[in-house]
Design a protein around this ligand. Structure first.
Ligand SMILES: Cc1ncc(COP(=O)(O)O)c(C=O)c1O
Length: 400
């Protein structure tokens, strides 16, 4: 009898975490490595947020809290949904977990029966398929073309829906492509969903605030109120507030679902850190000016990276409208040979070559369900990005 459970063979360790760790290990071994794998802002958590956490410790907010969030944090989240999204969620419609990842995990574990289908537009965030698989579900991938800026088309959604479809997962702005859905585009998808009342929508709005070029954010429950009763709106403080390590994510949705998710959390991790919750209250209620300041820097970096990568032979990089990733095609490098004589057969070989030859750590498109591409996170210093893009250009030029 095997010791490890069979379900573990269904999933793989997060490829983005794996690349980040590999880059860390190589650096520790003395190699000159630029890590572009991690999806976290290089900016520090704002001071007022840190102070709120310190005050919480001093006040003695160091005990268990309500499982799915303190009343103060739920009130702050409710206020945020109303203010920024025009959405009404009361305390019993809000859940707080240790990161958006846990919220998504709870939602699927609470609802997915063996064989239920979860539609995942590709390219996708690496964790959606594996969470669905762990919960006994079947991820159904719908390829989204680069020509349509990696956005799901209504006709492709329609074709993917079956009587077994339980969820559609939407993510805008997208990790890994930076694609953003307009209200009109969401509305067109909603028209399809309205015909299929068994399908719920999990909208992952984690990058809501990381938007460029005057794009306006839209989310499904706001755009189509008739879907409100079957939408889970997921968000968090990791990205916009530079709080990846604090582990606070949240969701708004129908109270029976929220209650089921709390039941699960009560038997797994209990409440998220009381101190992080106090910090998240300050993040949501406190000054927001730094978000625009960060976006200005991100936009400059985006423009730098897109323009430098488009000068690299074999690469084609479209300009993303949100998040802090680019997802260039490396189709022009496939089939070529490295100076060491190794053929680049796929995007996995391409990123391995970048790491070996130039010490640049990126993530292969295969990890996100669409090849031949690779993902670069530009949430790192401008100097490091400039150097990394120069190295990528050099590596591409050396291919024959
Ligand atoms: C699209 C997307 N959703 C959710 C998450 C999870 O964020 P966290 O668990 O830090 O809240 C991430 C993090 O990388 C992400 O990129």
């Amino acid at each position: 009898m095997a010791f490890l459970a069979q379900r573990l063979s269904l999933i793989k360790p997060s490829p983005t975490i794996a690349v980040t760790q590999k880059a860390r290990d190589m650096k520790a071994a003395g190699r000159d490595v630029i890590g572009l794998g991690a999806g976290e802002p290089d900016f520090d958590t704002p001071e007022n947020v840190k102070e709120a956490a310190i005050a919480a410790i001093r006040r003695g907010d160091t005990k268990y809290t309500a499982v799915d969030g303190t009343p103060a944090l739920k009130a702050a989240i409710s206020g945020k949904f109303k203010r920024e999204n025009g959405l009404d969620y009361e305390a019993d419609q809000i859940t707080v977990g240790s990161g958006g990842k846990q919220v998504i995990y709870n939602a699927l574990l609470a609802t997915v029966e063996p064989g239920d289908e979860v539609i995942v537009p590709a390219p996708y965030w690496v964790s959606y398929p594996d969470i669905a698989l762990l919960c006994g579900g079947k991820p159904v991938f719908v390829p989204c073309s680069q020509n349509n800026l990696f956005r799901l088309r209504p006709e492709d959604l329609e074709a993917a829906i079956t009587p077994k479809t339980k969820w559609l997962i939407l993510n805008s702005p997208s990790n890994p492509t930076g694609a953003v859905y307009s209200a009109a585009e969401l509305k067109a998808l909603a028209e399809v969903l309205l015909k299929h009342p068994q399908v719920w929508v999990l909208t992952d709005d984690m990058y809501e605030h990381v938007l460029y070029d005057d794009r306006e954010f839209a989310t499904m429950a706001q755009v189509e109120p008739r879907l409100y009763e079957r939408t889970l709106t997921v968000n968090g403080v990791s990205k916009a507030y530079c709080m990846t390590g604090w582990r606070i994510g949240y969701g708004g949705g129908p109270s029976p679902l929220i209650k089921a998710m709390a039941k699960l959390q009560s038997q797994s991790t209990t409440n998220p850190s009381s101190i992080s919750q106090a910090a998240a209250v300050e993040a949501l209620n406190g000054p927001q000016h730094f978000i625009a300041e960060h976006n200005k820097v991100f936009r400059e970096r985006r423009d730098l990276v897109v323009s430098m990568l488009n000068q690299a032979p074999g690469l084609a990089c479209s300009t993303p409208e949100g998040a802090f990733y680019v997802y260039p095609s490396c189709a022009g490098a496939i089939g070529k040979k490295t100076p060491q004589g190794k053929t680049i057969a796929n995007d996995g070989d391409f990123v391995a070559y970048l790491l070996e030859a130039e010490g640049v750590a990126a993530v292969q498109g295969a990890a996100f369900g669409q090849s031949p591409f690779f993902r670069i996170s530009y949430a790192t210093s401008t100097e490091a990005l400039r150097e990394a893009c120069m190295r990528i250009k050099r590596a591409c030029a050396a291919l024959v």
